[in-house]
Every structure is written in C-alpha cells, then in structure tokens.
Write a new protein. Structure first.
Length: 211
C-alpha cells in the first residue's frame, strides 16, 4: 500500500490511520499504534574490569537497558576471540538493569583467560553488546612453593609449602595507586611466612603496604 521512511521521526509512539473512500463518498477507517525506536539499547559491564583476575564466584554489574527493553544475555568463551560462546544462564534475563547487578556467576571449572559478553536486545530487534576479558587462577597448591603474579608481572606473592590454612584462590589486580591482593581475609600459617614482591621502575618510586 505504501512505503514509509521513518528516519525523520523521533523515537516514540505513533498511530497509523488508513481511510478508504468509495465513489459515493462513504468511507471506513482502521488504525494501529506503533513504536518507533531507532536507538540501540545500552550494554555496559562495569565490574569486573577488563583484564582482571577474578575468583570463582563473580558478581557482574553494569547496565542493560532500553525504553523498549526485551532481554539480555551474558555469555563466555575461551581466549580473547572466542569461537564458541556459552551462556551463564539457561534462560535470558528479562528485567532491565541500570547500574546494578546483572548476574551472579559461579564458574568452578574455569582456569585461564576468558571473554565475557553482554548482549542487550530491544523489541525493535536492535542489539548492543559489550565484551571484557577476565582471568581465572587455580587454587594455590599448599604442598609446594607457589607463585601468584599480576598479569603485568609487576607484583606477586610467594607461598611456601603449608603456608595457607585452607584451599584458596588468590588474585592480584592493579588499582589506581597500586595493587590489590585478594581475598582480603587470606588466612596464613603464622609459622610459614609468605613474601610479597614488587617490580619498580626507578629509584624514586615509593612502595608501601597497607591492610
């Protein structure tokens, strides 16, 4: 009946009305309501940060939102350019999130570097996605000397045998002013000292440790 280009319209709700006349002047009408949506949805992962070492249980936060929101999904794949993607949930998430918790992810069997992908879909079938890279460390082997190192190689902690009082995953991540060692409540054997090492760029760089 007609081709209608909507590029000149702002996003919003509109009505299309069809009026048909016959030669005697009689007419009939029908109308439908439509939603014009030319704005892609918002997809953003704010935590964890891309490049972080993460524990097995992760709280993924960020935004998945659109005025005509439909759903979002979170997937993961091996390496920086995954060939296969796996959903962290059997079904998609059906409620929009603005700067909040997107999902709680328990990933007990992953070791190494992975990519997380958030995909948000609206009711106009538009999608947006955001990807980050995270690294999973293995549990520290309490039967031998173990070294856990930041991804940039500038900070590490060395554990002698039998240093930890329980099986633990340790992560080291850069912050604005240094490095954060986690978990913060790491339990050590008082008779087995662990060592923290830093690499410095020059003599004027100051090193401090705080708890």
């Amino acid at each position: 009946m007609a081709n209608w280009k909507l590029s000149s319209l702002n996003d919003g709700t509109y009505e299309i009305r069809l009026t048909v006349f016959d030669k005697s002047g009689q007419f009939s009408q029908d109308q439908v309501r439509i939603i014009v949506d030319g704005t892609p949805p918002k997809a953003s992962i704010t935590s964890p940060s891309s490049g972080q070492q993460v524990p097995r249980n992760i709280s993924i936060t960020g935004s998945a939102y659109d005025p005509n929101f439909k759903r979002y999904i979170i997937e993961y794949g091996t390496g920086k350019s995954p060939v296969l993607w796996y959903s962290i949930s059997k079904i998609g998430f059906l409620e929009a999130v603005v700067e909040g918790t997107l999902a709680e992810w328990n990933s007990p069997n992953l070791i190494g570097e992975y990519t997380l992908r958030l995909t948000v879909e609206d009711r106009a079938d538009q999608t947006s996605n955001h990807q980050i890279q995270v690294s999973f460390n293995n549990y520290v082997d309490n039967q031998r000397i173990e070294r856990v190192e930041s991804l940039d190689g500038r900070a590490r902690i060395i554990f002698p045998p039998h240093c930890l009082t329980e099986q633990t995953i340790v992560t080291i991540n850069p912050t604005t002013h240094g490095y954060e060692f986690a978990p913060w409540d790491l339990k050590l054997n008082p008779r087995k000292l662990a060592a923290i090492e830093f690499m410095v760029d020059g003599k004027n760089e100051k090193i401090g440790v705080c708890r």
